[in-house]
Design a protein around this ligand. Structure first.
Ligand code: DQA
Length: 159
């Protein structure tokens, strides 16, 4: 089969798992003054293109369920070269997600659209931060592009 160039390059590329937590499926209509006007589908497309530019494959997921996010992180141990996670509300509550991230032994980037430190006090603490290699927040949808650039560097340095 003669696949288009882009497709064949992607199938051999290292995978990065890009996980999105609860309510991020509502981007576009959800408090656009805080989270921006891009939809999650817009962000997924941004990520797909940026990953390809680095010779990586972005596996982009969203779930409203903590257990599903834990299961995705567990699977990534065998399938992914790194994890970018916007844990959304679970960032501030989930020891289970923190534990799963630690088990993965992968480079991890914590990501938020908004600057969580400039917001309500309950958003200032992050469990995910304890497992993260680095944190990006406050750049809106562009933060995903920054996170993929940073992950590409981390993966390159690990080789
Ligand atoms: C968020 C920040 C969280 O505090 C919030 O619960 C979210 C989104 C962000 O991307 O800015 O759902 O992770």
């Amino acid at each position: 089969v003669n696949y288009p160039k882009e497709v064949s390059a992607v199938s051999e590329s290292p995978e990065i798992l890009i996980l999105n937590g609860p309510n991020l499926n509502m981007l576009g209509v959800r408090e656009p003054n805080i989270y921006g006007c891009e939809t999650l589908a817009d962000i997924e497309e941004l990520c797909r293109k940026r990953a390809i530019a680095h010779g990586l494959k972005g596996n982009f997921k969203q779930s409203n369920s903590e257990g599903e996010i834990v299961a995705d992180i567990q699977s990534a141990r065998d399938t992914a070269a790194g994890i970018i996670i916007n844990g959304a509300g679970y960032t501030h509550t989930s020891i289970a997600i923190l534990d799963a991230l630690k088990i993965s032994e992968l480079p991890i980037i914590e990501l938020h659209l908004s600057n969580i430190h400039a917001r309500e006090a309950f958003r200032h603490h992050s469990y995910i931060a304890k497992a993260a290699t680095g944190i990006i927040c406050g750049f809106g949808a562009h933060g995903y592009v920054l996170a993929i650039d940073a992950m590409a560097r981390l993966i390159e340095c690990a080789d």
